[in-house]
Design a protein around this ligand. Structure first.
Ligand code: PLP
Length: 448
């Protein structure tokens, strides 16, 4: 083991990692990136199949973003948005409002997806409080939801493995069934169910709307839950219900935003405008920690008043509106436009679909879910009974370890293999990715 590896093990506590296990292996130390590839300390090259945990869009060392950051560093790296403002933050806010679904006109910055969700929660709570309805303070959230790791966002979560442990620390939320059609929480079958899960949401809303401030949804794809894709029309129905029952619809686009589903924002897939939209991850093209919570004018206006009314939104972070993050984000959005990124995705999305179609016949592939450039391959021990592999068998991890040996980096979600490469991946690179992952799935599922 080299010196860097030893020091990593001595000093770093890694996220979502069993450190006892980590200490037994020599860590892969990434030293360089270019395009969709990463290089480790020993010169081994890997295809970044998870976009460095769903953040990278246009590849590593993208010249326009590199240049924008260098130019900004020469002017100003940081200054606060508390009492001051800065040019990149202003320019980015204008750009975000321009491309966001209609009606979202105000941008509140923070640093990561979890904090941006916290901001949305506090704004929704404050909105109703300022309107004289403080009893509207609860939140509705979907089973299997994931909205981040701070306590507020964990309270909204619905993934037992990640969230149950913290229950004593969390506030109560109202859970509604997720549109997980492969394992329907209502034991029904799509489309004959006619989306009965939405009827369940309506039942809850009609019973609880007087005490509910907001409903938070991961539009189109519940990513961390295992790329659970919602059927067309689900999001629109949820929007209609929120409007009917005067509940703020919060679209958490942290994972699905910025082109991942094939449109700039997943809400566009169903022509939906939420009351709030939460953005992070791809916002800087995968370069810098930055997040934004967008709201409507009506929500913003509820916080206006004389200082003595104390309607100020008392929330902020040291790095809110960081100029470097905003400069990277501006360059990111310019790349979308100049390089027609969304248009170029179409053949890539089609290629994934075409190639993966045959995988559905494989013995242990239960379901393949794809929404644009987000793909989840759910593995099962028995296709007929849909029996999952026991988590302790770590089939997902074993497959990803095998893929890594052959030059592809992935991160599984339990028994779901996730493919979410940078949007810039080429047709040739997609073929390589599928070749390596396909071989790993076949090899490992034939062994365990
Ligand atoms: N919301 C969603 C939908 C996410 O997928 C994630 C992270 O994966 C988050 C929020 C949290 O973002 P972060 O890890 O930047 O705090």
């Amino acid at each position: 083991m080299n010196d860097w590896a030893r020091k990593d093990q001595q000093f770093i506590w890694h996220p979502f990692t069993q450190m006892q296990e980590w200490a037994q292996e020599s860590p892969t130390i990434i030293v360089e990136g270019v395009g969709v590839f990463l290089k480790d300390l020993y010169g081994k090259i890997y295809l970044d199949g998870s976009s460095s945990i769903w953040v990278n869009l246009h590849g590593h060392r993208k010249k326009q973003i590199d240049d924008a950051l260098i130019a900004q560093i020469k002017k100003l790296s940081h200054s606060t948005l508390l009492g001051l403002t800065n040019l990149p933050a202003i320019e980015l806010a204008e750009k975000l409002v321009k491309i966001a679904p209609a009606g979202l006109t105000k941008v509140f910055y923070s640093d990561n997806g979890s904090t941006a969700v916290e901001v949305a929660l506090k704004i929704a709570f404050g909105y109703f409080k300022h309107q004289g309805t403080p009893e509207k303070r609860k939140f509705i959230t979907f089973s299997d939801a994931y909205h981040g790791d701070t306590l507020g966002s964990v309270s909204l979560g619905g993934m037992p493995l990640f969230h149950d442990f913290y229950k004593p620390l969390l506030f109560e939320t109202i859970k509604v069934p997720a549109p997980y059609c492969y394992r329907c929480p209502l034991a029904l079958t799509y489309p004959s169910c006619k989306m009965a899960c939405v009827d369940e949401v309506e039942k809850i809303l009609s019973a609880h709307h007087h005490e509910v401030a907001g409903l938070i949804v991961e539009p189109k794809v519940q990513a961390a839950a295992g790329m659970i894709t919602a059927p067309m029309g689900h999001l629109k129905k949820i929007r209609e219900l929120c409007t009917r029952y005067n509940i703020l619809m919060i679209a958490d686009e942290v994972a699905v935003g910025f082109g991942r589903t094939g449109k700039m924002f997943a809400c566009e897939q169903e022509g939906v405008s939420p009351d709030m939209m939460v953005l992070s991850k791809g916002i800087t093209g995968g370069y810098m920690p930055l997040a934004a919570t967008l709201t409507t004018q009506t929500i913003y206006d509820a916080f206006l008043g004389d200082y003595s009314e104390f309607k100020t939104f008392f929330h902020g972070h040291s790095y809110t509106g960081n100029p470097l993050g905003c400069a990277a984000a501006i360059a990111n959005l310019e790349i979308f436009e100049k390089e027609a990124v969304l248009k170029k995705l179409k053949p890539k999305i089609a290629l994934f679909k075409e190639k993966l179609a045959s995988w559905k016949r494989w013995k242990h592939v239960g379901e393949i879910r794809q929404e644009g450039m987000m793909i989840g391959i759910e593995l099962v021990t028995n296709k007929k009974t849909k029996t999952p592999y026991p988590l302790t068998l770590r089939v997902g991890k074993k497959i990803c370890d095998e893929a890594k040996k052959n030059g592809v980096l992935l991160r599984p979600l339990g028994n779901v293999i996730v493919l979410m490469p940078p949007l810039s991946i080429s047709i040739r690179e997609i073929k390589k990715l599928l070749l390596v992952v396909g071989a790993a799935v076949k090899r490992i599922t034939s062994m365990v």
